[in-house]
Design a protein around this ligand. Structure first.
Ligand code: ADP
Ligand code: MG
Ligand code: ZN
Length: 419
């Protein structure tokens, strides 16, 4: 590029070492570079940090990154520094002198990335010191923490709504992997006063075939299903609601000649560790598990995920099936759905110690999942629209495979007439 401004493709290659943007990244970089205010919702691993790091470099000056986790801040600072970019973190995990040195480097240099926890950023002292500096981009990572309807509300995130007034010239980018459309609206209101854009990208996992089946036939149905899915040595995860269900399912699968091991939080840490490693290293092994299993597991060739019981909500469901087919090859997600599960889930919500309003939201979320289970239109379209992403019928779900025949009023009238 000939201009005086560094070119985004050039930085993408020279600083980050990537040859191309992933879907959605370039739009977000462009809008932020132009000074926009936006919320970007992209799944974990989609590459959110690149969006704001590149935009920050293009805008120049100082980029503030608000992040709730010290470990996350340290990782990103280390990665940026290794790539030759000025970056510092100020947080409670460092001593006073280290923090003061970090501040001096960024404030003195008038440029670079400054990672802060929300409570550090929103002190009066920090805000008035920063207001004197060229802050050109403010990034709010894990932005779902702003919303009471998100799963991880943090009161200290609420004060971030004042940043748009303190730094009127700064672009603001809020990023999260988990926000349904209700939560997205709430985040936009709180951070931008309703005047920001929302970008949702990358939720589609087209290689995962989606399937929901009525629970009928007890444990034998589950064993038969897993037997079919695991045929030929395919590895998979069977999620059960209870620890007892996990243990019993593993026993039944083994009894049927399907090699399976259990995993749940009631097992001791040593055994859990061994089982996790076996799942990662042994071929043709099925893991029966509660939701305690899966966080941070990055095994590319999981071929199927079965839900033996109804998951908690759409977000949980989508995250759980997302553990299948990370290698991009065909994978399958099958949910068994029975009326008894609905009662169990509702009882779990009601007996929890959340407030009434929160319980009402949880009920609504459960209802969305029930709508999904009973869908007569493309299941993937339903999931994606839940996250705010538009799409066409997918051709890779049970509904697309065999659309339900439409049973209209005239047919009904004929049946009645015949009776
Ligand atoms: P997120 O914050 O969305 O969970 P990260 O920002 O941690 O995701 O990025 C996940 C991984 O994707 C990182 O290893 C990152 O280097 C890589 N990545 C991001 N953008 C690209 C790209 N355009 N091309 C290749 N790899 C990328
Ligand atoms: Mg991230
Ligand atoms: Zn479909």
């Amino acid at each position: 590029a000939a201009g005086t401004r560094p070119d985004k493709h050039e930085i993408l290659a020279s600083v980050f070492g990537f040859s191309a943007f992933r879907r959605g990244q370039e739009d977000i970089v462009d809008r932020l570079t132009a000074g926009g205010k936006l919320l970007a919702v992209m799944p974990t691993g989609a590459g959110k940090s690149l969006c704001y790091q590149l935009a920050g470099m293009l805008r120049g000056g100082i980029t503030i990154v608000v992040s709730p986790l010290i470990a996350l801040m340290n990782d990103q600072v280390a990665a940026l520094t290794a790539n030759g970019v000025a970056a510092e973190a100020i947080h409670s995990g460092r001593d006073w002198q280290t923090n003061a040195d970090a501040w001096r480097r960024i404030a003195g240099g008038h440029s670079g990335f400054l990672y802060l926890s929300p409570e550090r950023l929103t002190t009066d002292r920090m805000l008035s010191a920063l207001a004197k500096l060229p802050v050109r981009l403010i990034v709010i990572d894990e932005a779902h923490c702003v919303s009471q309807w998100g799963h991880d509300f943090r009161p200290e995130y609420l004060t971030l709504g004042t940043l748009r007034e303190t730094f009127p010239q700064a672009a603001i980018g809020a990023f999260t992997a988990t926000a349904d459309t209700v939560t997205q609206g709430d985040i936009g209101d709180k951070l931008f006063g309703g005047d920001g854009e929302t970008f949702t990208f990358g939720f589609d996992r087209p290689n995962i075939h989606l399937d929901v089946r009525e629970k009928a036939g007890g444990p034998a149905q589950l064993v038969k299903l897993v037997g079919e899915l695991a045929a030929g040595g395919a590895q998979g995860i069977v999620y059960c609601l209870s620890r007892k269900g996990v243990e019993e399912t593993a026993e039944r699968l083994n009894a049927a000649g399907i090699k399976a091991i259990p995993y749940h939080a009631g097992m001791d840490a040593h055994t859990r560790h061994i089982h996790q490693n076996r799942f990662l290293s042994e071929p043709d092994l099925v893991m029966t598990a509660t939701i305690a299993f899966g966080m941070g597991i990055d095994k590319p060739d999981v071929r199927f995920v079965v839900h033996a019981d109804l998951p908690a909500n759409m977000e949980a469901y989508y995250q759980e099936i997302g553990r299948a087919g990370r290698d991009g090859n065909p994978a399958r997600a099958v949910m068994l759905y029975g009326l008894g599960d609905i009662g169990r889930r509702r009882a779990m919500i009601d007996s929890g110690n959340a407030g009434d309003e929160r319980k009402r939201v949880e009920w609504q979320r459960l209802n969305v999942l029930l709508g999904y289970a009973e869908a007569v239109t493309c299941r993937r379209q339903m999931i994606l629209s839940y996250f705010g992403e538009a799409s066409e019928p997918c051709g890779n779900c049970d509904v697309c495979d065999s659309p339900p025949s439409v049973f209209d009023g005239t047919q009904e009238a004929e049946i009645v007439a015949e009776m």
